[in-house]
Design a binder for this molecule. Structure first.
Ligand code: ADP
Ligand code: MG
Length: 461
């Protein structure tokens, strides 16, 4: 059973393990909701805060609770605005339960941050971002926007695959502006923007929604790919965009793909996204991955040997979030067992994360052709065909190369899937690609990493 003593000790242990600003920014928003048979419910005020807790603190809370409570606890987060803490089990069974909670009882800690502040993760700043080979352009543009919103790059759209730092950068703009100016800056995910709009229609008060978004100086909208197929909200965003843009206010978007690859988006909205600056965020190269890992260790106040850092950087290439998960796992392990991390321990502890990252079991030739053809906007039929047009030859070579790299099919099998081609044709194309890679053509390297990440992601769907 979860007693109030256990909960308080858990919170105070977590408090000691995190930087003060991080603890107060996040844990002041957490309200104990109840416990049933080891399953603990915690209330959070928004989907954004819930996602942060899910990805950053769930394991930490569960480990601390289980360690202090000496039994296994699992934790789930529920969104509840203005939540009040549920009465918790008293310290021991014998303690008489004489003090029912008063209706006017206040939560132990009342969140101090305003609703808008709560949309910002204080950890996402320009200082904590490593501007590497893959992101220095995006970083510089975002910093320029933060220093001078509404002038140089307006609107701006950052795009790239998952876990490459889009949310970190767009939020850095917001944190910078909030810290250094009095401008009104609002961050919202496209999903929440949609939900709020629907809510305003249900409440028969769409004006309130319009006012909220049209009186800001800087509007940051994350993950606009969510708007595909949603006509009503696309219109609303179009009108909001025009209103802000025409009066020189700054708008920044993020998206998981280039605008031309968005489907079911109205032409007029697409043209608004394309206006201004569009910047690609790519997967980081090895040196950048090492630099990011070192920076994260420094922030978390931990030290790992070079060989451990290099092992992680060599084995996780596609996304920064996965790099961070490796660190979190090793930190939890070394803290809980009071042990230093050797290379052997790191390999053992990380084998699941690394193998699932490198897992290519669900990848078919068809999937590779589909991802590559959709990326280049050519038809799978052309990729499989004989057309020697340059616009098809490169996608075809890339697709064949990726089939060899990511599947166990022989060149004969691959040839037959590519419209009945001879295995020597496949070998020729694969070798051509390998030669380009050896000559370190940066663009080709980046392209292959990007396509590989997309293929692996799609294969897990
Ligand atoms: P995205 O929004 O593109 O899916 P996020 O911005 O959520 O990715 O990044 C995932 C995690 O990786 C975050 O914790 C972020 O801080 C971290 N991250 C990504 N790129 C960098 C970078 N260049 N430097 C430092 N941290 C990074
Ligand atoms: Mg994101």
């Amino acid at each position: 059973m979860l007693t109030s003593d256990i909960w308080e000790s858990t919170i105070s242990q977590i408090k000691d393990s995190l930087p003060e600003s991080e603890f107060s920014s996040w844990f002041s928003r957490l309200v104990f909701g109840g416990e049933d048979n080891g399953k603990v419910t915690l209330y959070v005020p928004s989907a954004f805060v819930r996602d942060r807790f899910e990805s950053n603190y769930k394991e930490l809370i569960e480990n601390s609770l289980s360690e202090i409570g000496e039994q296994s606890f699992s934790v789930s987060f529920e969104i509840k605005k203005d939540a009040h803490p549920q009465q918790m089990a008293a310290k021991s069974e014998e303690t008489p339960k004489t003090e029912p909670s008063k209706p006017e009882a206040k939560p132990a800690k009342t969140p101090k941050a305003s609703a808008d502040d709560m949309m910002f993760n204080p950890a996402y700043t320009f200082e904590s971002f490593v501007a590497g080979d893959n992101s220095s352009f995006a970083y510089s543009a975002c910093l320029a926007i933060a220093k001078n919103p509404g002038s140089a790059y307006n609107p701006c759209l950052l795009y790239g695959g998952v876990g490459l730092g889009k949310t970190h950068l767009i939020q850095s703009i917001g944190n910078y502006i909030k810290k250094n100016t009095k401008l009104k800056v609002t961050y919202v995910t496209a999903e929440n923007f949609t939900n709020e709009y629907i809510q305003s229609l249900n409440d028969k008060n769409p004006q309130q929604f319009k006012n909220k978004y049209r009186k800001v100086n800087v509007l940051l909208i994350d993950d606009i790919h969510f708007l595909q197929k949603k006509e009503g909200i696309q219109n609303e965003l179009f009108n909001t965009f025009n209103d802000l843009y025409d009066t020189g206010r700054q708008i920044v978007f993020t998206c998981d793909r280039p605008v031309e690859e968005l489907k079911d988006i109205s032409d007029r909205l697409r043209s608004r996204f394309e206006r201004g600056l569009n910047i690609d965020l790519l997967p980081p190269n090895y040196e950048t991955r090492v630099a990011i890992l070192r920076k994260k260790c420094q922030e978390k106040g931990v030290e790992f040997s070079d060989e451990v850092i290099e092992y992680i950087a060599a084995n996780i290439s596609s996304n920064v979030r996965a790099l961070e998960s490796c660190l979190t796992k090793l930190i939890a392990y070394s803290e809980l067992l009071h042990k230093d991390i050797s290379l052997e321990t790191a390999k053992e502890q990380l084998k699941h994360i690394i193998s699932s990252n490198n897992d290519t079991s669900g990848i078919s030739i068809d999937l590779i052709i589909r991802v590559v053809s959709s990326y280049f906007n050519v038809s799978p039929f052309d990729i499989k065909g004989k057309n020697k047009n340059q616009s098809v030859v490169l996608p075809r070579q890339l697709a064949m190369y990726l089939c060899r790299k990511l599947t166990d099919f022989s060149t004969t099998e691959i040839g037959s899937e590519f419209g009945g081609k001879n295995h020597t044709t496949v070998m020729y194309n694969v070798q051509k690609m390998e030669a380009r890679l050896r000559s370190s053509e940066k663009e080709i390297n980046n392209l292959i990493e990007k396509l590989e990440t997309q293929i692996k992601l799609e294969s897990k769907k």
